[in-house]
Ligand binder design. Structure first.
Ligand SMILES: Nc1ncnc2c1ncn2[C@@H]1O[C@H](COP(=O)(O)OP(=O)(O)OP(=O)(O)O)[C@@H](O)[C@H]1O
Length: 275
């Protein structure tokens, strides 16, 4: 079992020949992926493609059935998963505090990885200051005294990212962070993610989404999943092509990139041909 902080060198994540089988169903087949410092990966695929299953492996939540997964240089199966999880930030949009905490207290619970403030635990002045800086970076300073139930969904999302960053993780996992956000809230969130990445150049991130419009411009790499298999993986401009994304979603779409961001439009000519 590990007792020391994971090493700061080598790949942040490595999966090699990973299969996940649950109740006789193959949820992932032969998945391999290496994520280095400073890389920002997008995991894309249709409903049920296996994105959350893969993110749960990368977040040291579950074990693979076959193959190797190394998180921060530690091989799953040989480590204390709970301890390993304390070294990475995992933003789960379904997270909810047990009690109606204020934004800055929700962010501080990132240090204890709990849903409430731990009794008789107190953050250091440096930790309080860091929480304030992260709240500012995520554009939430004006709301830092607001209580969780009064926050909009977009404000909750940004609060949870600040919370996940409190332990100064080398790896941040984002599970559909823009789902349910209106246009302005989505754009604020994506700008915050871009700002975060440029201020922390050695941070690695993996972001799951169904929608190319929800990818921050700072995305560097992508993996397309279809029915549990990797269809394409590598540098983002090599992966997010019209042909590959159409195959991934089993629907003809045309992919464009402008101002760093992506858009997918149904390709009517191909759709008619396909029909
Ligand atoms: N414990 C389980 N036992 C059997 N099947 C499961 C189990 N967990 C997930 N699945 C199935 O595995 C497939 C992949 O699920 P997963 O949640 O990883 O997909 P996803 O790409 O994240 O989908 P979505 O975009 O809808 O969230 C789905 O068909 C799901 O129903």
């Amino acid at each position: 079992m590990i007792v020391s902080r994971p090493s700061d060198t080598g790949p942040v994540l490595r999966a090699d020949g990973v299969d996940v089988v649950r109740d006789g169903n193959h949820l992932l087949r032969s998945i391999s992926l290496t994520v280095h410092r400073g890389e920002h990966w997008a995991l894309l695929g249709a409903n049920g493609a296996g994105k959350s299953t893969l993110l749960n492996l990368l977040g040291a939540v579950t074990h693979p059935t076959r193959g190797i997964v190394e998180v921060l240089g530690r091989k799953l199966g040989r480590v204390d998963m709970r301890e390993l999880r304390s070294y990475l930030g995992h933003v789960n949009p379904r997270h909810a505090p047990d009690v109606p905490l204020r934004v800055r207290d929700v962010v501080l619970t990132g240090l204890t990885n709990t849903t409430a403030l731990v009794p008789r635990w107190a953050p250091t002045p440096e930790e309080v200051e860091r929480a304030g800086r992260l709240i500012g970076m995520l554009g939430m300073s004006a709301r830092s005294d607001a209580h969780w139930p009064t926050l909009s969904q977009g404000e909750r999302g940004r609060t949870l990212i600040a919370r996940a960053l409190m332990p100064q993780p080398r790896l941040l996992l984002l599970d559909e962070p823009a789902t349910g956000l209106d246009l302005a809230a989505r754009e604020q969130l994506l700008s915050s993610i871009d700002a975060l990445r440029s201020r922390h150049p050695s941070l690695a991130t993996v972001l799951v989404t169904h929608h190319l419009e929800e990818l921050p411009a700072s995305t560097t790499h992508a993996m397309l999943l279809r029915e549990g298999r990797c269809l394409a993986s590598g540098r983002v401009d090599d992966v997010l092509t019209t042909a590959q994304v159409s195959m991934c979603f089993d629907h003809p779409v045309r992919i464009t990139r402008s101002g760093g961001r992506w858009a997918a439009r149904a390709d009517r000519v191909l759709a008619v041909d396909a029909g």
